[in-house]
Every structure is written in structure tokens, then in C-alpha cells.
Ligand binder design. Structure first.
Ligand code: ZN
Ligand code: ZN
Length: 160
């Protein structure tokens, strides 16, 4: 009986000490970074002889290269600390901080739309029903009933 008890508690101990799976986070925005979103950024560009890389979200990586030239990266912004001091990048990171944890996924699909056209009713004086919206990312246009915009589950007004 005693022996059985001991074995069981050993097993409990073993479970307790199992390390939780490590969560990889983005070096720039410090949010969870799933494998499908990982991109390696050379702190000093490869073209300038840099070797050290950090893992970032695709959108975070894009932001860096959209804001800085290779020369600027090599000379001035060759560390995460320096990158976070860059005004555009720090604005981007704080803007991202208020986004849902999985915002990176949304940003890859069409989630942002602008109303590009209000379809005038065929019969003059009738209420407007249809509008055309254009996807910010793919520029695809689709026609929807504007009343659908009131469905809060599907649409959020304003810029998310
Ligand atoms: Zn990130
Ligand atoms: Zn890079």
C-alpha cells in the first residue's frame, strides 16, 4: 500500500516539474509569434555583413524595412532597443499593443475596407441600399447591403 502511494506521488511530482512549452514571442512587439508568422530579421543587413538575426512577425518585419533603409539599419538601428526608438516604429508597436492577440492573422486577409461607392437606387427617391466597398489590401471591390454594416459581429466602424 505504502509503495503504491509513493509511486503515485512520484508521478505527480514528475508532472509538476514538466516545463511548460516555450512560447516564442516577437522581438519587436513582444506578442506571441506562431511559426507561420515568423520571419528572421538581420539586425545588421546581410548586405552589410550582418549575421545576427531576430524572429519577428511578418508585419513587424515589413514595418522595419518600410521605415528604414539598409544603411540606416546598419549605422543607427542595428538593435531592437534602437529600432524601438525610431518614431514610426515605436508608434507602430504601441498601436499594435491594443490590437487583439491574433491581429497579425487578420492583417494578412482582407479585413479593412473603405466604402468606395454608394449605388444610387434605380428608382429616384428610393432609399439607398447597396454600397461598394473596396478592400484596402487587395483592392477587391464587393457590393453589400449597407444595413449589414450595422451587424456589430461582422463589422466594426472606423479604422481598426
Ligand atoms: Zn511582432
Ligand atoms: Zn529584415
Amino acid at each position: 500500500m505504502g509503495r503504491i502511494r509513493r509511486l503515485m506521488s512520484d508521478r505527480l511530482e514528475a508532472r509538476k516539474f514538466q516545463a511548460p512549452p516555450l512560447e516564442i514571442i516577437c522581438c519587436l512587439c513582444a506578442r506571441a509569434l506562431p511559426k507561420s508568422e515568423q520571419e528572421a530579421h538581420h539586425l545588421i543587413p546581410r548586405s552589410k555583413g550582418g549575421r545576427e538575426t531576430v524572429l519577428l512577425h511578418r508585419i513587424c518585419h515589413k514595418k522595419i524595412h518600410a521605415s528604414l533603409s539598409e544603411t540606416e539599419l546598419a549605422r543607427e538601428y542595428n538593435s531592437i532597443e534602437r529600432l524601438l526608438m525610431h518614431p514610426e516604429i515605436s508608434t507602430f508597436v504601441s498601436w499594435l499593443a491594443n490590437k487583439p492577440q491574433h491581429f497579425y492573422e487578420k492583417s494578412r486577409k482582407d479585413k479593412h475596407f473603405l466604402v468606395s461607392k454608394v449605388i444610387q437606387p434605380e428608382v429616384p427617391g428610393e432609399m439607398v441600399q447597396w454600397i461598394e466597398i473596396e478592400a484596402v489590401y487587395s483592392k477587391e471591390v464587393q457590393r453589400i447591403d449597407w444595413h449589414d454594416l450595422r451587424n456589430q459581429e461582422e463589422w466594426r466602424q472606423g479604422w481598426v
